[in-house]
Design a binder for this molecule. Structure first.
Ligand code: GAL
Length: 460
């Protein structure tokens, strides 16, 4: 629906869409029966788009672009009844509040998520098989506990507004019971907007109702993805309240539910993620199964370590290990970086078919222990020397994890300098990936191209 009206200040109007509700027209110009205006969907990375509406054969010819859609429609003049029928119902936001910590996510959440490998082509049977294989492969016992359904499970709402799964998920309660029977937990996905990123039904206007439904179905985790909400919640304050609303709704169910915020790291989310009930918050847009994407995120976009710790974690997005787009050394860097940064470890591969190399990358107990260390300190870069980077993460037992990264395309020797580890002499050195002690006097390692060496260092 398009509304356009004159006033003493000129013309103004809105375009109403299923995804974004009423979008205000900007810079409206009216010339010889043609209205031109700008429309944007609230995404700060997309420029506003030029639209036009011209009188043609007694109707209106509207053209423009929004998100990934090109609009080219011939529309008719509506009646008041049409306007009422097509009106976008505006849902209120709560008053600002600060939620208290609830004790969940004492260490970064670990599990599996459907998105990176399956996108929206996910179904009940695949989820069950993934659960089976998390158990049989040993991944569950290595710590990967959540089986998370990402976008693509949603159907339509029933007459009373209750969300229903689509035909690929015939019985959500039976599915959660099955996953629970395997000693695993299970997660689900929604958006504060009317539509999710893949165009499925979002929680807009049904936030409390959806939280109750997810709890009643037996879910233990919710990823809440801004998606179309960016066109509705246009200020940082509104985005925060939209996340707070679901945080409060989840608490009100009485069921412990880990709450994962996904708004791509905007608005300094790390500084308020906990206050709205979040246990992890994305710090970046989507990862891709390519070294350049993983490295750009892992080295440079993982959020401020000061915001991370027990109960709330920076989330540089899910793992790509095992999806085939990177070399073994590159995937080793991926895991090492995520572990060093106390990042949530959400597998993104098909765990039903894993190579021995993938299994050993994902199940290394020493690497997982660094990620899950109870002190919960996010590591940081201590030194950079061209393509070499040295990172440090303090650990609960007083030792530190030290990672040597080679971002270059040739192998290179990386030296550990006294300032990298602090003043005290090193008393023991463990090569974590090899699970083998190293000579405490050793100070140089040859690190493969795009590779990493991970050390656990004790000093006296
Ligand atoms: C993106 C999100 C992805 C995935 C996808 C689903 O916005 O960052 O991780 O959830 O939506 O459509």
């Amino acid at each position: 629906m398009m509304r356009l009206s004159p006033s003493s200040e000129g013309w103004s109007g809105t375009v109403t869409t299923d995804w974004y509700g009423d979008i205000p027209m900007r810079a409206v110009e009216m010339k010889q029966g043609v209205a031109s205006f700008l429309i944007d969907n609230g995404n700060p990375r997309l420029p506003p788009r030029q639209w036009s509406a011209r009188l043609e054969n007694g109707g209106l010819h509207v053209t423009g672009d929004i998100w990934e859609r090109h609009v080219d429609e011939r529309v008719r003049r509506g009646t008041q009844a049409d306007e009422k029928r097509l009106a976008f119902p505006v849902a209120p936001l709560p008053a600002p509040a600060t939620l208290k910590p609830d004790g969940l996510a004492a260490t970064p959440p670990m599990g599996w998520s459907s998105w990176n490998r399956f996108a929206a082509a996910i179904d009940d049977r695949t989820v069950r098989e993934i659960a089976d294989h998390l158990v049989s492969s040993g991944l569950r016992d290595a710590g990967y506990r959540f089986v998370n359904i990402d976008d693509g499970w949603q159907g339509s709402r029933s007459a009373d507004g209750t969300i229903r799964p689509n035909a690929r998920f015939p019985d959500m309660k039976a599915l959660t019971a099955y996953v629970h029977s395997k000693g695993l937990k299970i997660g689900i996905y929604s958006s504060p907007g009317p539509k999710t990123c893949a165009g499925f039904t979002g929680s807009y206007g049904h936030v409390e109702q959806d939280a109750r439904t997810f709890a009643e179905w037996g879910f233990d985790y919710l990823k809440y993805d801004l998606c179309s909400g960016e066109g509705i919640f246009r200020t940082a304050a509104q985005v925060k309240l939209a996340y707070q609303q679901m945080g409060q709704a989840l608490r009100a169910t009485g069921r412990p539910i880990v709450y994962s915020l996904c708004q791509y790291g905007r608005d300094r989310v790390g500084t308020w993620g906990r206050d709205v009930g979040g246990h992890l918050w994305r710090t970046t847009s989507d990862i891709e199964d390519k070294y350049a994407s993983m490295a750009a995120i892992g080295f440079d976009r993982n959020g401020d370590p000061a915001n991370a710790g027990p109960g709330g974690w920076n989330d540089p997005d899910m793992l790509e290990v095992g999806n085939g787009g990177m070399s073994e050394d590159e995937y080793r860097t991926h895991m090492t970086l995520w572990a060093m940064q106390a990042a949530p470890l959400m597998l993104g591969n098909d765990v039903r078919t894993m190579s021995p190399s993938t299994i050993s990358l994902l199940e290394n107990r020493g690497v997982i222990a660094i990620d899950q260390d109870p002190l919960g300190k996010q590591g940081h870069r201590v030194r950079k020397d061209g393509d070499a980077e040295i990172w440090m993460k303090p650990l609960a037992d007083g030792s530190s994890a030290i990672a040597l990264f080679n971002r270059g395309t040739e192998p290179r020797d990386i030296r550990l300098l006294p300032e990298d580890t602090g003043a005290a002499p090193i008393s023991s050195l463990q090569e974590v990936w090899a699970n083998a002690p190293d000579n405490p006097n050793r100070r140089s390692w040859t690190v493969p191209a795009h590779g990493a060496v991970l050390l656990r260092v004790s000093a006296r």
